[in-house]
Design a protein around this ligand. Sequence first.
Ligand SMILES: Cc1cc2nc3c(=O)[nH]c(=O)nc-3n(C[C@H](O)[C@H](O)[C@H](O)COP(=O)(O)OP(=O)(O)OC[C@H]3O[C@@H](n4cnc5c(N)ncnc54)[C@H](O)[C@@H]3O)c2cc1C
Length: 328
Amino acid sequence: MLSFAATTRQLGRTQLIRTATRRSYATETASKKPSNLPLYLMGAGVAGLGGYYYLNSTGKSVITQEKSPLDPENFKDFRLKKIIPYNHNTSEFIFELPNNEASLLPVASCIVVKASDPEALKDEKGKPIIRPYTPISASEHKGELTLLIKKYDNGNASKHIHGLKEGDTLSIKGPIPKFPYKVNEFEEVALIGGGSGITPLYQIVTHALSNGSNRTKFTLIFSNVTEADILLKSDFEALKKKYPTKFDVVYVLDKPPAGWTGLSGYVSKEVIQQHVAPASLNEKVKVFVCGPPGQVAALAGKKAGMKQGELSGILKELGYTEDQVYKF
Ligand SMILES: Cc1cc2nc3c(=O)[nH]c(=O)nc-3n(C[C@H](O)[C@H](O)[C@H](O)COP(=O)(O)OP(=O)(O)OC[C@H]3O[C@@H](n4cnc5c(N)ncnc54)[C@H](O)[C@@H]3O)c2cc1C
């Protein structure tokens, strides 16, 4: 386990790496110079048809990248370039994308992974074990795809990935389209996440806020067991500082430390009533939920495999409809 000092150093380094990506994007979109304005023309869920464009000095669009280096139909091996420990059970895994290309993953989408060596990760029937993960690197970030992965001691894929060394490869397929997020489709968005279920919510909120024309207000309710389990906290604090009227975050802990000023216990009806825009806003409000299966079931009802499943639980009791809720 990392010492506190080492962890703090790592957090600082991690923060710098991700902020650098985001800052360059924010600068580009905020720029008044059309020659620096990137247009991300991505069809929702069909990254292969999208592209990465910018306008050159004569105002003509120049295609710099035709398609994603990932393949939605086939697994491809990607080299693990760097591992950055994040906390006691979670690390960042930075994979190299060939030719300095960007992943161009549509938002929201995830990828699925399996071991490069078919013998290394298989179930009792000998079939490869495949798991979904949501990159925390921006879609347009060149040359790298970063996964933030929590290790479960008895978890198959997470243990395999945490056992990889820099220079090893992982087999990745994607994108797997999730919710096709459109900037300004909603006035209010609530993101309710638990533990490592934060990554799809992080993907949406960073993507939306970095768009200069965003008017949507985001509220993140993020629950964890202990304070040390809160992933991406410094990123969320930075977002709150940068977008004070468009982003707010509420932390909820099962086991709060002495002096904790956030909320304690589970995400209850009262917490939602207090922090989430009401169901009466109809199509102007959307609630995204991603967390451990028990939490998703209590808040919004169980997912039915890959399908959304019936809406039930606290959100249904509070009057939200199936159209207003999305479960990752
Ligand atoms: C759309 C999507 C995106 C995801 N993105 C990420 C991501 O970015 N980072 C990340 O770390 N994980 C993410 N996950 C979870 C990931 O896919 C795996 O479920 C997780 O890594 C555990 O897989 P495993 O094979 O190691 O464990 P398994 O072998 O499947 O399970 C081992 C044990 O862990 C428990 N367990 C499994 N998953 C969870 C969970 N989420 N909460 C509590 N207990 C659990 C099981 O009940 C079991 O006891 C995502 C899941 C989905 C559906």
